[in-house]
Design a binder for this molecule. Structure first.
Ligand code: AMP
Length: 245
């Protein structure tokens, strides 16, 4: 079960279906490999709101050879963070698009306290937006190492794992037969660096949102659909709570 902060408890029964449900801004927080991307895609389908992954946006910039991509590439390959200024601007541009009106899932942002404070100020300044709710996914270090070093991705974004979810033909996507890719930062060495970066810079962001309330921690070391069910349930209850406060 997810654990709510403060006095709240997530009920055992799912929240009632609500066609008018407005998800608003949702943060998916957690270390590299906890499943933020996988869960964001499932939530996107469930709630009809976009996933905004800063890692994906940066990789798209690298693929297109933009100045932002050029500035980001070597930092990403070393497991370091891209500067707050560049990432905040990239997120600001994305949030200016019309598809975010009912809400959106931020995946991999904020990753520093500076980014969190910037986001808070943007949301406070926009009276039309709901307050942010934050979900932190927690998975043990050893499990993360397996997930990261075993991860393979198809060009269309399908995620496999050579240990836990291998494709039928090694190296190729089950659905369209395309060659699977290993991210250049998914090596064991870069993973160790990314975890150090996470502990130093992103763990305080989780505490920041824990202290604000409207925060739930979910055990990510369970079947994918169970994690999604817990996040969905928690999100509906957090949103009810946020609308009352
Ligand atoms: P991800 O796909 O979320 O694991 O991100 C891959 C890499 O992109 C990270 O290791 C960072 O180098 C960079 N990155 C992604 N999101 C951010 C962010 N919010 N702030 C700074 N760097 C980021």
């Amino acid at each position: 079960m997810p654990t709510l902060t403060n006095d709240s408890v997530v009920p055992h029964t799912p929240a009632p279906a609500d066609d008018d449900f407005l998800p608003g801004p949702v943060l998916l927080l957690g270390a590299p490999g906890v499943g933020k991307g996988t869960q964001a895609k499932l939530l996107m389908a469930e709630f009809g709101i976009p996933q905004i992954s800063t890692g994906d946006l940066l990789r798209a910039n690298i693929a297109q050879g933009t100045p932002l991509g050029k500035a980001a590439k070597s930092l990403m390959d070393q497991g370091q963070l891209v500067s707050d200024e560049l990432v905040n601007q990239m997120v600001a541009d994305r949030l200016a698009q019309p598809d975010v009106k009912r809400g959106y899932i931020l995946d991999g942002f904020p990753r520093t306290l500076n980014q969190a404070e910037w986001l808070d100020s943007v949301l406070v300044a926009d009276s039309a937006t709901l307050p942010v709710v934050a979900i932190s996914i927690v998975v043990s270090y050893d499990q993360l190492l397996h997930r990261i070093t075993g991860r393979r991705i198809s060009p269309t974004g399908r995620i496999y794992n050579v240990y836990s979810n291998p494709p039928v033909v090694p190296g190729y996507c089950d659905v369209d037969g395309s060659a699977l890719i290993q991210r250049s930062d998914d090596s064991e060495e870069v993973f160790a660096e990314r975890m150090k970066t996470f502990a130093a810079q992103t763990a305080p962001v989780i505490e920041h949102y824990r202290n604000q309330g409207r925060f739930v921690e979910v055990d990510g070391d369970q079947a994918v659909e169970q994690v999604t069910a817990e996040i969905t349930c928690a999100l509906k209850h957090l949103r009810q709570k946020a609308q009352k406060s």
